[in-house]
Design a binder for this molecule. Structure first.
Ligand code: ATP
Length: 251
């Protein structure tokens, strides 16, 4: 199994005495090449789970394995895209993309060639000399994905990558992400709050319970791509997921 999580638990200390039980007995397996969405109420531990797979957080109990080995540290094999993209503000688009390549020990010539390829692939030509504060939300997002993907990770972990974007741009970038996913043969695990987005993109949707988060339901999406948001099966799945989430969210 590509990712294998067995009964992982995570509790955080908040203040001197209080603890927050974020994740409880998470068991989850992911095959290579799958596109998975994690969906669940706010604060149920989705980001924590993603960070455990990235190697940013460690479980208190249970195991998180990637390609058969327990995750103990960050690795370029597991690209992580933060909620706010975390671009380096003092570097241009091109320099942001080249950054990881330099650290991976690529020669200057290779860095330039690979950066150029990804600037083109992500339609950032003409914006390559701009700094993050000069970019639109979509450009920031494309730079962050290009920066992660140019390192050729096997796994792409994305934390609400489209949350800050307007609907049309979000649709366009969802299509773009599917295109890249098909092209790069990368496995994707994405956190989202958007039910429609999860159905449009995923092979499988993992629905988490409210905190402490556990896997409430796994839903395979049998629809052919490209998917139509208006087709009856899409709408039925949307209704089913809405109902599952409603049960978890107290108002
Ligand atoms: N480093 C930390 N220290 C203390 N508490 C934390 C830490 N990281 C997360 N938490 C707490 O753990 C719980 C789960 O947080 P997490 O960010 O994983 O949830 P989430 O499902 O991604 O939330 P959202 O959907 O709102 O982004 C929350 O109650 C959060 O406050």
């Amino acid at each position: 199994m590509y990712i294998d999580i067995q009964q992982a638990c995570k509790t955080f200390q908040s203040g001197s005495d209080d603890t927050i039980e974020a994740l409880k007995d998470i068991t989850l397996s992911v095959s290579q090449g799958e596109f998975i969405s994690l969906i669940g109420p706010s604060g149920c531990g989705k980001s924590t789970l993603l960070k455990m797979i990235a190697g940013i957080e460690r479980p208190d109990q249970g195991t998180v394995c990637f390609e058969g080995k327990e995750v103990s540290d960050l690795s370029p094999e597991r690209g992580y895209i933060f909620q706010d993209y975390a671009l380096f503000p003092w570097l241009t688009v091109r320099q942001n993309i080249q950054f990881g390549l330099r650290h991976k020990g690529k020669s200057r010539k290779e860095q330039k060639l690979i950066a150029e390829e990804y600037i083109e692939k992500f339609k950032l030509t003409g914006a390559d000399h701009l700094f993050p504060y000069q970019l639109s939300g979509g450009m920031k997002q494309r730079t962050a994905i290009a920066r992660a993907l140019c390192l050729k990770p096997g796994l792409l972990l994305m934390d609400e990558p489209f949350a800050a974007l307007d609907t049309i741009l979000r649709y366009k970038l969802q299509e773009e992400l599917l295109r890249i996913w098909g092209l790069e043969q990368v496995t994707v695990l994405m956190v989202t709050h958007d039910i429609e987005e999860s159905i449009y993109l995923s092979d499988r949707i993992i629905v988490m319970s409210s905190r402490p988060g556990f896997v409430k339901k796994e839903l395979s999406i049998p629809l052919e791509r490209p998917r139509m948001r208006t087709e009856p099966e899409f709408m039925r799945l949307r209704e089913q997921l809405t109902q599952l989430l409603r049960e978890e969210i107290e108002v």
